[in-house]
Design a protein around this ligand. Structure first.
Ligand code: MN
Length: 196
């Protein structure tokens, strides 16, 4: 299956404002010397956050129902979903009712990421540790794959904050509550939704 096939198959680009995306865009070609990441806040059927890490010219993607946490004790379920095109990183808007992922999307955080070791090996082994340099999130995180139950098709991971200077263990501070706005436009998801 070609990269981005699943992404393109799930969407009707005549109806959704999301980018169709073409072929993967190697990092050399877009001129960045660091890999990008983005976290979308997505008010779909249920509100969730989509973590997207650039690798091999696409955005590897995980849907995180409860969103990221700064507390290393919080293990947040992260459902591995289809790769998204690199252009998706700047997408903000509303996917119309009836379309795949219908609902409003904002760019909740963005920046660069760096695997602590070989990213392909980490993904293969089900333990990817990395550093985020975002506008809201900083420092180490880990994605750890859960063992699938027999017959289970879903590819479930946990997103966990590493213990470092950017962690806030046992804190009442909730970055999702304190910083709800888009880092691209400053708007909340409710404001973007209301602009239709
Ligand atoms: Mn989503």
């Amino acid at each position: 299956m070609a990269p981005l096939d699943e992404y393109q198959r799930k969407r009707d680009f005549a109806l959704t404002p999301e980018p169709a995306g073409g072929l993967p865009v190697p990092a050399e070609e877009h001129g960045a010397d660091r890999l990008s990441f983005v976290i979308h806040k997505h008010a779909a059927r249920s509100l969730h956050y989509d973590l997207r890490l650039e690798l091999d010219g696409v955005l590897l993607s995980w849907a995180v129902p409860k969103g990221p946490s700064l507390d290393p004790a919080e293990k947040r379920l992260a459902l591995h979903v289809e790769d998204h095109p690199l252009e998706y990183g700047s997408f903000e808007g509303t996917i119309p009712a009836g379309e795949y992922g219908a609902g409003t999307v904002i760019v909740w955080d963005r920046g660069t990421w760096k695997p602590f070791a070989d990213a392909h090996e980490g993904l293969g082994e089900g333990a990817l540790k990395f550093e985020l340099e975002g506008e809201k999130l900083h420092g180490g995180y880990a994605l750890i794959r859960l063992k699938p139950r027999p017959g289970e098709k879903r590819d479930n991971w946990l997103l966990i904050k590493e213990r470092d200077d950017h962690a806030r263990p046992h804190s009442a501070y909730d970055v999702l509550e304190e910083r709800p706005e888009s880092v691209a436009s400053g708007r909340t998801i409710e404001q973007v939704a209301a602009e239709r």
